[in-house]
Design a binder for this molecule. Structure first.
Ligand SMILES: [Fe+2]
Ligand SMILES: [Fe+2]
Length: 265
């Protein structure tokens, strides 16, 4: 069923109430597809009941390192590319600057990527096993989708796609919970998940929750009549693609561990 989020808003200025309705529809859509494809996917189902081997979590983490290392820089590139829009909205620019900085300097420079390495070492990986790792195609695809939208898509396609960060926050909660409960990993060894659920979903040390900023920017773009999308794209589609690639990330790891599909020997 396609809702408000799948309409074409190119060149249309929405009232704040109309924009709110579109955002509410998109949020609902995101949580539905994330639940279906991500949380009910077999990687996370097996993780919740403890049948997913630790090896799968390690392979996932090698790929996740590659993803995090680039995605945060893409957001910095968006800061440069979308500057004209943010010049007219200094209050949003302040939060965007905080978002980019948060990923780079929190808790200490170079930011979240340092915690990704620490988390990987807690899983038993060496830094080299993460840094020099050749990402799986399904995992790299998630990154390449964002790279494509950033360089060839429109401004609103980037922000709608980035709203998947809300699902990433919920996922971090889920993943951290399973590591704690099912895999009995002590609290101090799941630092990435604790920090990430908070950064993406809650206001922290004066920094707006990352997902909240994404939705706020998307709303402002709709109000300004700047929500033009390429043929075959709409806002709901951007969320659907971002979430599908996120879900495939886990499916690729799962297939490689179970030696299915391309990984059959
Ligand atoms: Fe992050
Ligand atoms: Fe984030």
């Amino acid at each position: 069923m396609s809702g408000l989020g799948s309409k074409d808003y190119s060149g249309k200025r929405l009232s704040p109430q109309e924009a709110d309705a579109v955002i509410a529809d998109l949020k609902k859509y995101l949580m539905e597809v994330a639940d279906r494809w991500l949380f009910k996917g077999r990687f996370h189902r097996d993780m919740a009941d403890g049948t997913l081997p630790m090896e799968a979590i390690k392979v996932f983490w090698q790929n996740w390192y590659g993803f995090v290392a680039e995605i945060n820089n893409f957001h910095g590139v968006a800061y440069q590319r979308h500057l004209p829009f943010f010049k007219r909205h200094p209050e949003l620019q302040k939060h965007f600057a905080n978002h980019v900085a948060d990923e780079m300097i929190h808790p200490t420079p170079p930011g979240h990527i340092q915690i990704v390495l620490e988390q990987g070492r807690n899983f038993g990986l060496t830094n080299d096993e993460m840094i020099e790792y050749e990402m799986l195609a399904e995992c790299r695809a998630f990154l390449e989708y964002y790279r494509g939208v950033l360089y060839e898509g429109t401004m609103v396609e980037w922000w709608a796609s980035f709203c998947v960060e809300e699902a990433v926050g919920h996922w971090a909660k889920f993943f951290g919970g399973a590591l704690r409960k099912t895999y009995k990993i002590p609290e101090e060894k799941i630092v990435y998940f604790r920090m990430h659920a908070q950064a993406d979903l809650e206001e922290h040390e004066g920094v707006m929750a990352h997902a909240e900023l994404d939705w706020t920017v998307l709303k402002k773009i709709l109000e300004e009549g700047r929500a033009d999308t390429r043929p075959g794209f709409n806002l709901e589609y951007c969320l659907r693609m971002g979430t599908a690639y996120f879900a495939w990330f886990f499916e690729g790891v799962y297939q490689s561990i179970k030696k299915e599909g391309l990984y059959k020997v």
